[in-house]
Design a protein around this ligand. Structure first.
Ligand SMILES: C[S@@+](CC[C@H](N)C(=O)[O-])C[C@H]1O[C@@H](n2cnc3c(N)ncnc32)[C@H](O)[C@@H]1O
Length: 245
């Protein structure tokens, strides 16, 4: 059962629940709202099929961050691939579920409590410090963001990546409202909008369409390697050999 299916089943909305909590009681903080949503969860959902389908590209990424990654289904899958993975979320409850699952499976996973809608946004270095991580100050080799739309965060995704690093972003589109009442329009991208939001990243692939019952935009994009005056790329700083990241 995917995360979206799970929300539907538990809340009986009959609709896609993604980001539904932001429609809830405005007096609650994001952390309180999402902790309440995760109150009945005890285990992560399966990893996003969009991300597991990118295994070939991810094989070249020694480190990854899953931004607003919830209870960690995708982050755990990344960690199970041998990628040094950090999961960032505003819900302590979700992070605890992910940590428990990681311990049970015997995979290392860094969890970071942070508000990704804060102004200013936390920098990669600040996030790394929160988890006492040995991530280079200039970011991760892969950044994942699925089913969480905060436009300034997508605009800053480049900053979360080392040169050559890859972003994997999945957001439902306004077309999704034809079938699903949620998420509401503020949490959906317009047709063709997603690549424009991810400023400074060069698309590797971009798909928009129906994936099962959801209409989604799916972008894979990379931060270009810095090119020296001579035209050659600067040396990379990975922990192991890799082609692109
Ligand atoms: C719909 S869920 C998506 C979870 C996961 N990425 C997925 O695709 O299944 C949205 C996630 O965003 C997190 N979130 C909401 N507001 C946030 C914020 N301001 N900062 C960080 N995470 C936030 C929630 O706790 C929740 O885990």
């Amino acid at each position: 059962m995917t995360a979206a299916d799970r929300w539907n089943a538990e809340q009986g909305t009959g609709a896609d629940p993604v980001c539904a909590s932001r429609d809830a009681d405005a007096s609650m903080t994001a952390a309180e709202r999402w902790d309440a949503k995760y109150a009945d969860w005890h285990e992560p959902s399966p990893a996003s099929d969009f991300i597991t389908g990118q295994a070939k590209l991810l094989a070249d990424c020694p480190t990854a961050v899953d931004l607003a990654g919830g209870a960690g289904g995708t982050a755990l899958w990344l960690a199970e691939q041998g990628i040094d993975t950090a999961l960032v979320d505003v819900s302590d409850r979700a992070l605890a579920i992910a940590r428990n699952a990681a311990a049970q499976r015997g995979v290392p996973l860094h969890t970071i409590f942070a508000d990704l809608e804060a102004d200013p946004l936390p920098s990669p270095a600040q996030l790394a410090r929160l988890a006492a991580l040995a991530v280079p100050d200039d970011g991760w080799h892969a950044a994942v963001c699925t089913n969480f739309l905060h436009r300034p965060l997508l605009g800053a995704l480049r900053e979360f990546l080392v040169p050559g690093g890859i972003a994997f972003v999945l957001i439902a589109t306004v077309e999704n409202l034809l079938v699903n009442a949620r998420p509401g329009r503020p949490y959906l991208v317009e047709p063709g909008e997603l690549p424009e939001l991810c400023a400074g990243l060069e698309p590797i692939s971009f798909e928009e369409g129906w994936f099962g019952q959801r209409h989604e935009a799916r972008l894979v994009a990379h931060r270009a390697l810095t090119v020296q005056a001579s035209g050659s790329a600067l040396p990379e700083r990975s922990h192991r050999p890799h082609a692109r990241c």
